[in-house]
Design a protein around this ligand. Structure first.
Ligand code: G
Ligand code: G
Ligand code: MN
Ligand code: NA
Length: 259
């Protein structure tokens, strides 16, 4: 069976699972603990059988190519909102960040899908953030901007993912209805090495501030990186230093332990 047919079956068989990775305030960050929690990013995995986890890099490109990303993206959005509503009902208003592939904007009724998903799950719009890659935004900038504006009117916020790896001009950045820049992990990784990683990170943080946007660094793995981000005034971090992505149940344990 080819991978595409297998993915269709997998969706019906509930083989896709979301893992959640904490996003925390840089000022309160502590290695190994999601202290200063501001939200989580939902990250998909395919678990066809126990102990076999297929990472998104192995199937998302195929899903994007074939268009399967639309039903799969709908599922991710619904499941993320359902889970975030459960946390809210437990007394934890945790904002969930959901990755949106560029192709999902071509669905035509994407705004309506977001609206109805919030309505059916009962999740307040402020607790949903959508991550769109820089290249995804730039692909069809006027169409994407218009859709983002309408979704933002619902109260949903937006982050530009992998920022710094695409070709977003200052002109476009000024026009895009976004709230947050996610500094790509390739820059974070090269911060404490030779080269200009640290300068690029500083530049993105300054740019975010100039545009009134929040900044979050992803892929933070070391204490050195954390200190450099603190010095440079990056507001939030996400990475293995604080926490790996985890199951819904594991995250609930973290939330309850922090209370
Ligand atoms: O979790 P991991 O680092 O393996 O994710 C690899 C890539 O897959 C990341 O770039 C991430 O943005 C993407 N990704 C993870 N989950 C989703 C998802 O639900 N939808 C989309 N479109 N991309 C995702
Ligand atoms: O959507 P995005 O490309 O931002 O997805 C983030 C990806 O980065 C996920 O696949 C997640 O598993 C991965 N990731 C998160 N934190 C770290 C980290 O500290 N180190 C590395 N190598 N990968 C990370
Ligand atoms: Mn992301
Ligand atoms: Na990213």
């Amino acid at each position: 069976l080819e991978i595409e047919a297998k993915m269709h079956q997998a969706l019906a068989n509930n083989e896709f699972v979301l893992f959640y990775q904490p996003q925390t305030k840089t000022s309160e960050a502590i290695p190994g603990s999601p202290f200063g929690l501001v939200g989580v990013e939902a990250l998909i995995r395919w678990i066809p059988e126990p102990n076999l986890i297929i990472p998104p890099g192995d199937f998302l490109p195929v899903a994007e190519e074939s268009g399967f990303i639309s039903p799969l993206g709908d599922w991710v959005l619904l499941q993320s909102c359902k889970d975030a509503k459960k946390w809210l009902d437990m007394g934890f208003p945790v904002q969930v960040s959901v990755n949106v592939a560029a192709r999902q904007f071509d669905q035509g009724n994407f705004t309506e899908r977001v609206r109805s998903t919030l309505a059916t799950t009962g999740l307040p719009a402020e607790l949903l953030k959508l991550e769109v890659t820089e290249s995804g935004c730039m692909r069809n900038i006027s169409q994407v901007t218009e859709i983002m504006c309408r979704i933002r009117e619902l109260g949903v916020t937006f982050a530009i993912d992998d920022f710094g790896t695409g070709y977003c001009s200052l002109q476009y950045l000024h026009r895009l209805p976004v709230d947050c820049l996610k500094i790509d992990q390739s820059f974070v990784r090269s911060m404490d090495k030779k080269g200009n990683g640290a300068d690029i990170v500083s530049a993105v943080i300054s740019m975010a501030r100039a545009f009134g946007l929040a900044s979050i660094a992803e892929g933070v793995e070391t204490f050195d990186q954390l200190e450099m981000l603190q010095t440079r005034g990056c507001e939030q971090i996400q990475g293995f230093l604080v926490s790996r992505p985890m199951h819904f149940e594991a995250f609930v344990k973290v939330l309850t332990a922090q209370k």
